[in-house]
Each structure stands twice: as C-alpha cells, then as structure tokens.
Design a protein around this ligand. Sequence first.
Ligand code: PEP
Length: 258
Amino acid sequence: MQQGVWQQKWVIGNWKMNGSSAQNTRLLEEICALPQADKVCVGVAPPALYLAPAAAQLAVADSANPICLSAQMASRFNGSGAYTGEISAPMLADVGVKLVLTGHSERSLYFAETAEQRRSQLEHILAADLQPLLCVGESLAQREAEQHFDTVAAQLAVLKDLSFVNGVAVAYEPVWAIGTGKTATPEQIGEMHQFIYDTLLSLLGGGVNIRILYGGSVNDQNAAAIFRVAHVDGALVGGASLKSEAFAAIIRAAQETD
Ligand code: PEP
C-alpha cells in the first residue's frame, strides 16, 4: 500500500459470501465510477473466487485514486501444498490483492479459528508484503461482564513482536454490532479506539503508522457521527458496502471529516 494512505481515512467494504459474477462486476463498476475521494482509501473485499476478475477490472479502470483490492482471509498455511480449499497469502498477492482481513469474528464463530492460527496468518500476510487488517471486538456477554477491554487487549497481543514495515491496521468490531443494526455509541467507540491506540503504542513502540477502523452496522446514516470520534480512522463496512449508493455516502462522510 502506498505511504499516503496512512494519512487517509480507510473505507473497506467486506462483501462476505455475497453476489455473483454479474452482480459483483456491476457493483465494482459502480464503485469505480464514484467521484474520487482524495482523503479516503477505498477498498473492497469480494469473495476469493472473484478476486482475480476484480483485479482485471481494476487494472483497466480509469482511477487516479486506485481501489485497494482486499481479501477476506488468507490461509494459515503458507506458499503451496496439500491444503484442499485453502488460498495462501502469496497467491493473494499474485492476483493483485493489497490488504487482507484477519481475525474476523465470523471466522472464529463458524470456522473455530484460533489466536494461534491468526498469528500464522498474520506472519504469512506480512511475509507476502500484504497489509493485514486485524479485526478485534468483544461479544455481548463480554461487554455485559465488563470484560471488553481485557478481551480486546488479549486479541491485540497476537501482534506482539511482528514487524510492520508500513504500519498497523486494526478494525474494532464489537461482535454484537455486526450485521445486527446495533451500532456502538460514539462514547463506546471513542473509549475503545483510545484504548486500542494506547495498547498498540505499548506493544509496538512509537514511530509506527496506525489506522483504527470501526466496524459494526456502519451505514449512510451513522457514518458521519462515527468518523467524528477521535482515533476513528475509517470503517470496515459489511452490509452497506453491497449497495453502491450507501457505500458512496459512507465514503463521502469520510471525505468530509477531518
Ligand atoms: C463486518 O462483518 O465486518 C461488518 C462490519 O458487517 P456489518 O457492517 O454488516 O455490520
């Protein structure tokens, strides 16, 4: 990723397991046609099957501010080998991916991904010269038990002793806010983003670029208020990234917030 993105807000669309060839081509066409937002790094993470066609589509798109092709995950196994169904970080880099999500709560919930596996993924993503975006966040039970800071601190510990050449990117996604229509309040977001920022500084030391995104039911109505919170450097957007008008409004809100 280019150096300038560390001063921009990031708006990354996680398309999850949605769309078809025709639908995803059209959605990407609509996103490429949006007015250029020079203060925003825009990314999309289509299902893995559609990454190579998306890369081909982006290669011919006329855009001064290129869209950051992103993957929803990388295998915990590296390179190549007998791992049926897996896609390694070097393979993602090979087709033009720049950023890879890791630690999404749906990966732990449905695929029992562990912190150890996440650590392997991170190592391979970094070794392939890709930018990881580590997702962290507490469950409703953990928040109600006031364990949200401890939970997030434990999730961030996976970054210890990794070397980040460009910078570190984290998405705070309270599990209870993902796909539920419930958004964390600006106060909840603000205190957690400050906590993540302080924890990253103590884990990694100063002098490292940091981006902390919020994710969890971000939409065209609430994005502006979320972007005004201190240490909110962008958004990881699920459902609303599947509708180009809503995604465009979120990008606009990021562009208009300093
Ligand atoms: C996500 O799954 O990363 C996400 C933020 O989803 P949604 O915006 O739909 O809550």
